[in-house]
Design a protein around this ligand. Structure first.
Ligand code: EAX
Length: 326
């Protein structure tokens, strides 16, 4: 064997060894979410994953499980607690069943608009809520965003609560929502998200409610005729992991994950903004009949009995503090 060839073989072996070395030093981070890879959650998660990979020099790399392929949001949170899933980007839909303090931000007609909701959640008070998670076997890296929820159904255009009355509507597994929606006369049917499309298609429920980005991404226009821009509740979301997962990271890497969640949130909110701007026309072009002007005051009025019970549960002054946030 000549000298040159020996060198070449040696360097090939060295390269192979290096490749194996770096592969075994790479940790796969499993991250699950309910919606599609190209929707708001998908873009948020992808931005998060890119930032994690970059910030850790690819020592950590994501494997994404979109479309609820690992189950509904409640199941994903349970999987994070158990350690079979590392991270989930979930709406607060089922979160109050794990961390009761979070339920206050699920109150209907609490936030005026996106600026109000985002500003509050990112403020010291909003960040304070994130500290409640570790006691429940969870770590909230950052608030992310689902969006303002609107009603869709197959029976009739909804302008006021009377129009919603009697409709069987899929809701999230969220008591605050269900108690509120009952005051509109809706019959709430809690259901995990992966089942919703089929339930609408088969007429098991008449309608559902979700933000524009989700209605778009899930192609609910194929199974729902009417969309009413009720904006009856803001739906926050969260990047969640577990104390167990965080403990495995160095302090510097923990910072990378927190920072990446912020970057993911910014990307997710940006896509929500875009879908809010373009999505309604898109849904119309897909055949939905859109009610743009609803009687919001009538919905707020109908909610009064539910507000009495929210005040009892959360404290009227605590609700007011969120309302008054500027
Ligand atoms: O997180 O369950 C729901 O309706 C949620 O809004 C959806 O899964 C996106």
């Amino acid at each position: 064997m000549n000298f040159k060839k020996t060198i070449r073989l040696t360097s090939i072996a060295a390269a192979a060894w290096l490749a194996i070395g770096s592969a075994s030093a790479q940790t796969i981070v499993k991250i699950g979410y309910a919606s599609t890879p190209t929707g708001s959650y998908g873009l948020g998660v992808t931005a998060f994953c890119d930032a994690v990979e970059k910030g850790t020099q690819a020592r950590y790399k994501c494997q994404q499980f979109p479309n609820g392929s690992l189950g509904g949001e409640r199941e994903m949170i349970e999987a994070v607690q158990l350690g079979t899933l590392d991270i989930t980007d979930v709406s607060t839909g089922p979160v109050g069943n794990f961390v009761p303090e979070v339920k206050i931000v699920d109150i209907p007609f609490l936030f005026r608009d996106y600026d109000h909701a985002r500003g509050y959640l990112d403020s010291a008070a909003g960040q304070e809520l994130l500290k409640k998670f570790p006691a429940k076997g969870l770590v909230a890296l950052s608030w992310s965003e689902n969006g303002f929820r609107h009603m869709t159904n197959n029976k009739r255009p909804i302008v006021k609560p009377e129009d919603a009355s009697g409709l069987k509507m899929r809701t999230m597994e969220n008591k605050v929502h269900m108690d509120g929606y009952r005051t509109f006369g809706i019959r709430p049917t809690p259901m995990a998200f992966p089942e919703v499309f089929g339930a609408l298609q088969q007429g098991i429920v008449d309608g559902q409610e979700n933000p524009i980005p989700i209605i778009l991404a899930t192609k609910f226009s194929q199974v729902q005729k009417y969309l009413s821009l009720t904006g009856h509740v803001y739906s926050p979301a969260l990047f969640l992991t577990s104390p167990r997962f965080m403990k495995k990271l160095s302090e510097a890497d923990q910072k990378v994950f927190y920072e990446a969640a912020k970057i993911g949130t910014a990307a997710q909110r940006k896509k929500v903004n875009e879908d809010e701007a373009n999505g309604i026309a898109q849904l119309e072009s897909e055949g939905m009949i859109v009610v743009r002007q609803v009687d919001a005051a009538a919905f707020v009025k109908a909610l009064e009995p539910a507000y009495a019970s929210y005040a009892k549960e959360f404290g009227a002054e605590n609700i007011q503090k969120i309302r008054d946030f500027k």
